[in-house]
Design a protein around this ligand. Sequence first.
Ligand code: ZN
Length: 395
Amino acid sequence: MATGVKTENGKIGLGPDGTPLSTILEQAQARGLAVGLVTNTPLAHATPAAFAAHTGSRYAMAEIARQLLAARVDVLLGGGENAFLPQWWTGHYPEPGTRTDGRNLIAEAVEAGYTYVWDAAGLQAAALMHAPRVLGLFADEELPRPQTPTLAALTEHAISILSRRPEGFFLMVEGGQIDWACHANDAALAIGDTLAFDAAVAAGLRYAAGLENTLVIVTSDHETGGMALSLSNNGGQAFAMPDGTPFYVTWTTDDHTDTNVLVNAQGPWSSLATGIYENTHIYTLMAMALTASPELILDGSSLAYPGEPLTFAAHFNPITATLPISYLWTATGQTPLTTPGGAHSTAGFTWPLTGTYTLTVTARTPEVTLTARRFIMLRHQWYTLYLPLIQKRAP
Ligand SMILES: [Zn+2]
């Protein structure tokens, strides 16, 4: 999902033969985007690690923590303070550090320009003060329930920090304890954590609302537990929906399964996220949104009648376009027209006479100017008359 390459279980950012793989986060960073990782598990846990670290084992968490900071990930929010502190050192949380190399990565991060926060108030202050780089560690290991800050609050603050970068940003948010609840076959925790994750998704969608250049993907890296819901009493654990309707939860395993998982996406290239495909396709989708070169598409009629009102639409791709975009429409025999717009804009024209006309639209962003052209042929309306047939009766 992070690199587009399938590898062996437990490897982080390495191919099956141990070759380091470039991740989507690194590619976004190379293009000038701000990048962030958010989780309610330890930051050096496998999922965030896969986006910015390269090690032979997911359990090398001290090394992964070092690599996350060395990679200059702009926003790092999660648990796992232990992996950032030496064995003899206690930070803001009771357990001592676990690093055997004696390094205090928190102190090193602050020296390197990170704002370090350890609670909800500190995170809010860092966001308000426009801190460009933030390391937030909110627990020794995973964030205990009820989680403070909530995953939704972590997401909201991460977005507010990252979205100041004019080039755009990449953010991965993990609701990582849903998997743990499913390993324990604990349906109440799995449902509660899924609702908390849903609130984090809502925070992402609130930001993306009206931003046609923002791709949002919601998915899972795998299913755990073979969790199944039924409306009929099959002996599973009983729950009730908000309206009181009972439902029952059963499990088939305490481990990961190969069940297909859902992918929901909105924004540029999200049309590629329909159907069933390999998990590496998620990487392709993100890479398309990140790297596709800008293009301007001009839609509308190319054959019409004189006097017919015609509407044309211009569509600007991709995700990295900086708004606002201004659209200049020039057409044979028409006064030039400028329309403001996001990724889309429309304009209407009417030509009174027959002939072939050229419509040109020029989209201008702060970085790039693109032009698209369309020919419109206007011809007379021809009427077809059907004459009645008269059948003659034989004499
Ligand atoms: Zn798991």
